[in-house]
Design a protein around this ligand. Structure first.
Ligand SMILES: [Zn+2]
Length: 343
């Protein structure tokens, strides 16, 4: 995909509006009402700040995002992924996503619903009408012929097929690239009703066959809302458990944390995230991706984007898109992570 100048603003609309109209709203004012519908955009000053600090990507040919769309607003938030809108991309790893509008031009791979283990009144199978998806306009397909073990010998076949043990916790797809290659894309969501670290560990266990399959792990992208804060006290078990999730992905499977990689390549002097509550001191490399209703001013990170070494070598940038503005709403309580890659 050719690099395009993008307007670094968020806009949320309660009806269908063209990208051009949304851009005008975003640039012209921070709040807008029309025909009984509410529109919202970050301030123009914030747009300019974001644009000034976001590297331009003249050589970037692939754009990927990871975003918790916030199920309450997901229907409206799909407009941000339309052609030429802020989150127009080749690959989207989405969570808390509702099915996309039919005219969006993106295909999704996922379970459509999330079936929890919670709520005894519903037999421990509370069903939510949102899910993880891999979305793309490049005709994604599910990975096929993926098994836990090689074929058996002498009549013994102990293989098990790739399968999601908690519907809605992950989705995987193979996305063709313009140059003839393909990217294996995995969208993850840490289910809170399943204890988030246990949920992500379960998903990684499900996905081990895919992560180890050399037909699929050359160019591989995996990410989403892991509900893994990793900002608890240094000696706490909670931090050890969250860090264990991240270490399993990075050290265990050799995937690269793209937010860290961006800081290393493009912002080596950023240092500690301002106001971060972690106890990592100067080693803090967190990015503000999530804010909680209990205190909207405290930065949290529980969204991540990882790539195989081969794909990470092509990384141009990976950042949280935009910024939370104190006192202002956002399309979601999560910021999208946006990564660009060279061909
Ligand atoms: Zn930190």
């Amino acid at each position: 995909m050719a690099a395009q100048a993008r307007i670094h603003c968020f806009v949320i609309a309660t009806n269908t509006t063209s990208p051009e109209q949304l851009a005008q709203i975003a640039l012209g004012r921070s709040r807008h009402q029309r025909d009984g519908n509410d529109y919202f955009a970050v301030s123009p000053a914030a747009c300019h700040d974001a644009a000034a600090t976001t590297p331009r990507d003249p050589g970037a040919d692939m754009r990927a995002i990871a975003w918790n769309m916030n199920w309450k607003r997901a229907d409206a938030n799909w407009s941000l992924l339309r052609p030429r809108a802020d989150l127009d991309c080749d690959i989207a790893l989405l969570s808390e996503a509702t099915p996309p509008p039919g005219d969006l031009g993106m295909e999704v791979i996922g379970d459509e619903v999330t079936i929890g283990r919670d709520d005894v009144s519903q037999g421990g199978k509370k069903t939510r009408l949102w899910s993880t998806y891999v979305a793309s306009k490049r005709h994604p397909v599910p990975p096929s012929d993926v098994w836990t073990l090689p074929p058996g010998h002498e009549g013994k076949d102990r293989r098990a097929p790739l399968k999601c043990s908690r519907p809605g916790a992950w989705a995987a797809a193979v996305v063709p690239l313009a140059n003839g290659g393909s990217v294996t894309a995995i969208s993850l969501y840490g289910l809170l009703d399943d204890c988030s670290d246990a949920s992500v560990h379960r998903s990684i266990s499900d996905l081990t066959a895919l992560l180890e399959d050399e037909r699929y792990n050359g160019l591989l992208l995996m990410g989403g809302d892991l509900n893994t804060l990793a900002s608890q006290p240094l000696t706490s078990r909670a931090l050890a458990r969250d860090q264990g999730v991240l270490d399993r992905i990075t050290k265990g499977f050799g995937l690269i944390d793209l937010l860290h990689e961006d800081l290393r390549m493009n912002h080596p002097d950023r240092g500690r995230l301002e106001n971060c509550k972690c106890e990592l001191g100067d080693d803090c490399r967190h990015t503000w991706t999530f804010r909680h209703n209990s205190d909207l001013t405290i930065p949290h990170q529980d969204d991540y984007l990882f790539a195989s070494g081969e794909l990470a070598e092509r990384l141009v940038s990976c950042e949280a898109f935009g910024a939370f503005i104190e006192g202002e709403k956002s399309p979601s309580d999560h910021q999208p992570l946006v990564a660009t890659f060279k061909d």
